[in-house]
Design a protein around this ligand. Structure first.
Ligand code: PMP
Length: 375
């Protein structure tokens, strides 16, 4: 029978307690949400919603075609200018997701004959970029600039190192300055996925590359998502104009993909305008993360010190992590649950996202529920 083999896999998943299911989220949930990635609380900001609505009224429900054909509107070019300017890069290219942005950056900058050095903790989209790229990938130890240096020394010719700036599982930051140094010694490029840094790290949320003095460098490229701190949907690659031109001409997830929906571009532009006006949102998201971590640690939980807005709490086993998350939900708190195979190290965690708009009372309640439901 066609697809018969998938039943065996499904059985194995059930036996291991690793079945995933989709659960529609109500528009107005009574749950306290520490599971989403709306770091700055902008998704439902009236200006962001109105930015999306105005764009949809002007341009319709979709971009109508790929960016090189009919899918580029004035909103796309305005968003590219604004993202580049805000984050301190020369140019930007907007794609339909952060995932597509990572595939574009890694495949276009890791051509045949090149070496791609990839951190073992990188996000799946960077990993898939490495798999799709024609260059050879070497995976190196997590957050280890010396391992990157060693790998780069094994290769003559074009090379690039790729890393998350803030790792999505544990919320720890990459050592960007040391990474850039290791790359520069060998004339290699650096691609940084700032999905969890934009809007949270750097001056007014300008991101981790900006904070590390790498924004605008001729050997550094950043990718971002519009779907977390900017409360919209979509992604972008930021870098030197010649790199962006190269992507426009060669990156398949840019060329063969329908342009980002104008409503998403309109929402992201509105979010950037709010962030420019209210830069304190970034510091507040970091402070909430720090407070969550401090309170959880004081209550005896094993929480990783957050470098941005992601707070990771260790769970004893995948089953107990799942039960813990379900018990939190039943008590009114939505948290993320990371377990194998999403986490290659086999360590299951609850994943909490700090939000700039969380009140002291909400933080207190979250910590109390996590403590009361502890497995
Ligand atoms: N990179 C990282 C580190 C992420 O966490 C995510 C989102 N889960 C992405 C890239 C992909 O971004 P998007 O959701 O916009 O495709």
């Amino acid at each position: 029978m066609a697809f018969g083999w998938i039943d065996e896999q499904a059985d194995a998943r059930r036996r291991a307690g690793l079945v995933r299911t989709l659960r529609p989220r109500p528009a107005h949930s009574p749950l306290l949400d520490l599971a989403g990635n709306d770091y700055l609380g902008l998704t439902r900001h009236p200006e962001v919603a109105e930015g999306a609505a105005r764009a949809a009224r002007t341009w319709g429900g979709g971009a109508t075609g790929s960016r090189l054909v009919t899918g580029t509107t004035a909103l796309h070019t305005e968003l590219e200018r604004e993202l580049a300017d805000f984050c301190g890069f020369e140019a930007a290219l907007v794609l339909s997701s952060g995932y597509a942005a990572n595939l574009a950056a890694v495949t276009a900058l890791g051509p045949h004959g090149s070496l791609i050095v990839s951190d073992a903790g990188n996000h799946a989209s960077l990993i898939d970029g490495c798999r799709l790229a024609r260059g050879t990938t070497q995976v190196v130890a997590h957050a280890d600039p010396d391992a990157v240096r060693k790998a780069l020394r094994t290769h003559d010719g074009p090379a690039v190192a790729v890393s998350d700036t803030v790792f999505s599982v544990d919320g720890d930051a990459a050592p960007l300055t040391a990474l850039a140094e290791a790359c520069r010694e060998r004339g290699a490029g650096l691609v940084l996925d700032d999905a969890h840094g934009l809007g949270v790290l750097g001056d007014g949320g300008r991101g981790a590359p900006h904070a590390a003095g790498l924004a605008g460098a001729d050997d550094a490229v950043a990718t971002v998502t519009l779907s977390k701190s900017l409360g919209s949907q979509g992604g972008a690659v930021l870098g030197p104009a010649r790199v962006i031109d190269h992507l426009v001409n060669t990156a398949r997830t840019f060329i063969f993909d329908t342009g980002l929906a104008p409503a998403a571009a309109g929402a992201a532009l509105a979010a950037l305008s709010v962030l420019r006006r209210e830069p304190e949102r970034a510091a507040r998201a970091r402070a909430v993360a720090g407070e969550l971590h401090a309170r959880l640690t004081a209550a005896g939980h094993q929480a990783v010190r957050p470098d941005a807005a992601v707070v990771s709490v260790r769970a004893p086993s995948p089953e107990r992590a799942l039960r813990w998350a379900a018990d939190c939900r039943a008590a009114g708190l939505a948290v993320g649950c990371f377990r194998p195979p999403s986490v290659p190290d086999g360590i299951s965690r609850l994943r909490l996202t700090a939000r700039a708009d969380l009140s002291g009372g909400q933080i207190e309640r979250a910590v109390q529920i996590i403590g009361a439901t502890r497995p």
